[in-house]
Design a protein around this ligand. Structure first.
Ligand code: ARG
Length: 462
């Protein structure tokens, strides 16, 4: 990127050249050049509209459009000279246009301002990014469903307070993550729908006196309509904040997911292993294989929360309409987008490498008296009030702990010490398989329900 003393498109009322530090301090082209494609798209739609309503001639419209297309190709080929002195992506492109096609290029900026231009560019850009992130969420969902299919019957301890609570199926646990990601996906769609309106035509803040056709531009750019207040349109960054909030929730979910993978891969738990290609080692301890991918995802969550905070704080107390503060929206927004995308790629790749140590999971589920609630429910069916049943089972568990036995290994005689209503059929409910299969309702952990949920979720992923 070069920084030569370029004449500014806004230089008319200035008598001194811009201070060099000020050029560096005010520039955004080093990062907003990623909007170039959308900037050109917006400009082409704008210029076609200007030609259609007669503000410029058809010929001028065609010349400008051709010039812009040429610039798009140069940028794509890496042959475009970005100049810091030209501040941002908008003025770089506009200046190159005038250099390329001559004075007619100066007509492009008729009836618009960089304020409505940048508001349009970010919306176009974010829309595409949301579509990509949606596809990435779908990839993670597919990986989850495939693993859940393999483990619809696999029994593991379910936890509350990280204490063994009740047996669940691993497939059911995986689908809990799928539900979170589905909500994340719908939050993105909701945000997209709300901001998919064209701000262009608002000009600097008050609108424009040219007979513009905003609906035509909106349609050309795939917007659902136009924004309704020019002051709001050039200053609104709600959509970036909404996106960052949705991105934060995605990261929050991925960090919970990460935490569980880290725990499960630890020697203390030993429930799963992750593929060698998706782990890294230690430079000093030769035996180590570390879950760095989930740890980094957990760590990167903080960045995205930071981006959300930065955007919220950026907008706080800004008076109407556009203020230069708004230029600071981009790096936070871009960082949130880049981070979420990387983490989703990581998860789509990582999940298929998960190997499940079924026996370890099963043993852990059996060891934690996880069917105690089933025994209590059994006593209730036999006529005991639930509170009494709770008491009986508490005593039974205490006895089993003393005897160093799990519940299904107690004899009938041992069990009957605590209640005479206990009969031979009790063993069906004390077994882990019986416990999970009994939870056979919508939302329950029964293998049958897991399979039904996989089917339902599969239909929601295209
Ligand atoms: N680079 C600016 C931004 O990102 C574009 C708008 C500049 N408008 C202005 N009045 N200086 O917000």
């Amino acid at each position: 990127m070069t920084s030569n003393k370029t004449e500014k498109p806004w230089g008319g009322r200035f008598t001194a050249p811009t201070n060099e530090f000020v050029e560096q301090f005010t520039q955004s082209v080093s990062y907003d050049q990623r909007l170039a494609h959308y900037d050109i798209m917006g400009s082409i739609a704008h210029v076609r509209m200007l030609a259609k309503v007669g503000v410029i001639t058809k010929k001028e419209g065609t010349q400008i459009t051709a010039g812009l297309k040429k610039i798009a190709l140069d940028i794509k080929a890496g042959q475009f000279q970005w100049q810091t002195a030209l501040e941002d992506v908008h003025m770089n492109i506009e200046t190159a246009l005038v250099q390329g096609i001559g004075d007619v290029g100066k007509k492009l900026h008729t009836g618009r301002s960089r304020n409505d231009q940048v508001a349009t560019d970010i919306r176009l850009y974010l829309r595409d990014e949301i579509d990509q992130i949606t596809q990435q969420i779908n990839s993670v969902l597919k990986a989850l469903l495939s693993l859940a299919t393999d483990h619809a019957d696999t029994i593991m301890p379910g936890f509350t307070h990280l204490q063994s609570a009740q047996p669940v199926t691993f497939g059911h646990h995986l689908l809990a993550w799928a539900e979170m990601l589905l909500r994340d996906r719908s939050r993105l769609q909701d945000c997209r729908k709300r901001f998919n309106l064209l701000p262009l035509g608002s000009a600097a803040l008050a609108g424009t006196s040219y007979p513009i056709d905003r609906a035509m531009v909106a349609e050309a750019l795939g917007f659902d309509g136009v924004t309704q207040n020019s002051l709001d349109s050039v200053s609104d960054r709600d959509f970036a904040i909404e996106f960052a909030a949705a991105a934060s929730l995605i990261m929050m979910h991925l960090s919970r997911f990460s935490e569980e993978l880290v725990i499960w891969m630890s020697q203390a738990s030993g429930f799963i292993d992750l593929g060698d290609a998706w782990c890294t080692g230690s430079s000093i301890m030769p035996q180590k294989k570390n879950p760095d991918i989930p740890e980094l995802v957990r760590g990167k969550t903080g960045r995205v929360y930071g981006d959300l905070m930065a955007l919220l704080t950026l907008m706080k107390a800004q008076p109407l309409a556009y203020n230069r503060d708004n230029q600071e929206d981009k790096e936070s927004l871009f960082d949130a987008i880049d981070t979420v995308k990387m983490c989703l790629i990581a998860y789509a790749g990582l999940i298929p490498t998960i190997t499940v140590k079924k026996e370890v999971m099963y043993k852990a589920a059996a060891a934690g008296y996880a069917t105690a609630t089933d025994l209590a429910d059994y006593l209730v069916v036999k006529g005991l009030p639930f509170r009494d049943a709770h008491e009986v089972v508490g005593k039974t568990v205490q006895y089993a702990i003393q005897k160093k036995k799990d519940l299904p290994s107690l004899t009938l005689a041992e069990l009957q010490q605590f209640s005479h209503v206990i009969k031979e059929d009790v063993f069906a409910v004390l077994e882990l398989e019986g416990s999970v299969s009994a939870r056979n309702h919508v939302g329950g952990t029964a293998p049958k329900r897991v399979r039904a949920a996989i089917k339902r979720l599969g239909k929601q992923i295209k």
